[in-house]
Design a protein around this ligand. Structure first.
Ligand code: ADP
Ligand code: MG
Length: 223
């Protein structure tokens, strides 16, 4: 409850800022002030911001029907990469995949795992303003499926690393700072781990470990 309350306060705050500015612009417009379109642009982007915050919160709070089943994470990742490829190409970014020949089974909720992959790869794309390559490596390591997403972005300072995944921590104009928090929570629910390695000036690697679960073994409860 305490965490929920903190989160609610955070969300309220994050939504109030764009609301205040929307109200201000409406007042300007209704007072008959001339507007060359910039007001509308700003208002649209403020509304988009609220929309993004609300959708990401829904992800967390909606009582979803979680369908746990076995998935080859290579398949989930292939779909994710296809989904994000257009956006990558627009930013002069190539996504290079190396998944190996064997199925990488996990037991979990496909849409959630996909959400994690999307969040991390999107962040990589957004970090690489000068283009380059994102490398996605997946392999089995002992009893885990190891997924590495390596970018050639500017990297993250040590002092910032600790803040990643905290709600509303963002360095982007239009960021929500919720993507990683949601991702950490999902991976945690799947008994996995996320680690971040970063080198200023050369890039960042997100490493996701999920328990390998062969479809024949007895299901283990998650969530
Ligand atoms: P958002 O993308 O909305 O800002 P996230 O929770 O996805 O929120 O990410 C939080 C912050 O972590 C980002 O604003 C950015 O500063 C930092 N970050 C995440 N991924 C990367 C990355 N691959 N390279 C550099 N910084 C990153
Ligand atoms: Mg993000």
């Amino acid at each position: 409850m305490y965490v929920a309350g903190q989160l609610a306060a955070g969300i309220a705050h994050e939504i109030r800022n764009p609301l205040t500015s929307l109200k201000g612009f409406l007042q300007l417009l209704s007072s008959g002030r001339k507007n060359n379109g910039t007001y509308y642009d700003i208002m649209k982007s403020e509304l988009t911001r609220i929309e993004n915050i609300v959708s990401e919160m829904l992800m967390l709070s909606k009582p979803q029907v979680y369908e746990l089943s076995y998935h080859d994470t290579r398949h989930v990742m292939r779909e994710t990469v296809t989904l994000l490829e257009t956006q990558a190409i627009l930013h002069s970014i190539q996504i290079e995949s190396d998944f190996g020949p064997d199925p990488l089974w996990i037991y979990g909720v496909e849409s959630q795992i996909k959400q994690v992959f999307i969040n991390v790869i999107k962040n990589a794309i957004e970090a690489m303003t000068d283009g380059g390559a994102i490398r996605v490596h997946m392999k089995r390591v002992d009893n885990s499926v190891r997924i590495r997403i390596m970018d050639e972005g500017p990297g993250i300072e040590d002092s910032q690393l600790a803040k990643m995944g905290q709600p509303f921590y963002t360095t982007k104009d239009k960021g929500t700072g919720l993507g990683l928090m949601v991702s950490y929570k999902i991976v945690d629910n799947h008994q996995g781990k996320i680690q971040v390695y970063s080198q200023l000036g050369s890039g960042t690697t997100f490493e996701i470990l999920l328990p390998f679960r062969y479809p024949d073994t007895t299901p283990v409860k998650t969530g």
